[in-house]
Design a protein around this ligand. Sequence first.
Ligand SMILES: [Ca+2]
Ligand SMILES: [Ca+2]
Length: 210
Amino acid sequence: MLCVLLLTAVIVLCVTFTQERQQFISKNENLTNEREQLILKNTNLTNERKQSYRQMSVNGDNKLTAELVILTVEWTCYRSSFYYMSKENKTWTESRRYCTEKGADLIIINNREEKDFVHNTSGNAVFYIGLTDTDVEGSWKWVDESTLNSSFWASGEPNRGQGIVDEDCVVTVAVPKLPEWPNLVGWLDVACNDKFQWICEKRISQFILP
Ligand SMILES: [Ca+2]
Ligand SMILES: [Ca+2]
């Protein structure tokens, strides 16, 4: 009798185990299928992404890529902007046109940190910045139409050309150019038709993302 009971128990355990094993195998199969589907989906997405990059290059519609390529050459990144410091000289209007053609504009110096960055990278050069009072004499405005909040005029500037010439544009000087004026460091108003080097700025937020 005991033997029969034991045999029954063994059979029941065996059946239960076999069922569980079967369930486990089938669950494993499902997971393998799901995994394969996910791999396939991932491959499809990667292909789609590659395709869209390829399309961007083929269409010539890759403004962002083109801009980034331009900016990696000759432009410097500092905080949230890219800067271009020219080697040649142009008038203020010509300088500005150079920047706008690159999707940028003449630099707007928003704060002391940006002023220090320009000062430390200028060397002996004199650069045009995006500040002018061409519209209303004495009312200085940045190229984005914002008014001047933090100013870093050189001592005695703006001096409006000492009343002799109209000086509606602004340059930044890091190293005194004239030994007799050793303090002439900072911003100077100058005649817009004089030719100087210039700095373009493109804010990272200005990029057109695809
Ligand atoms: Ca700025
Ligand atoms: Ca001046």
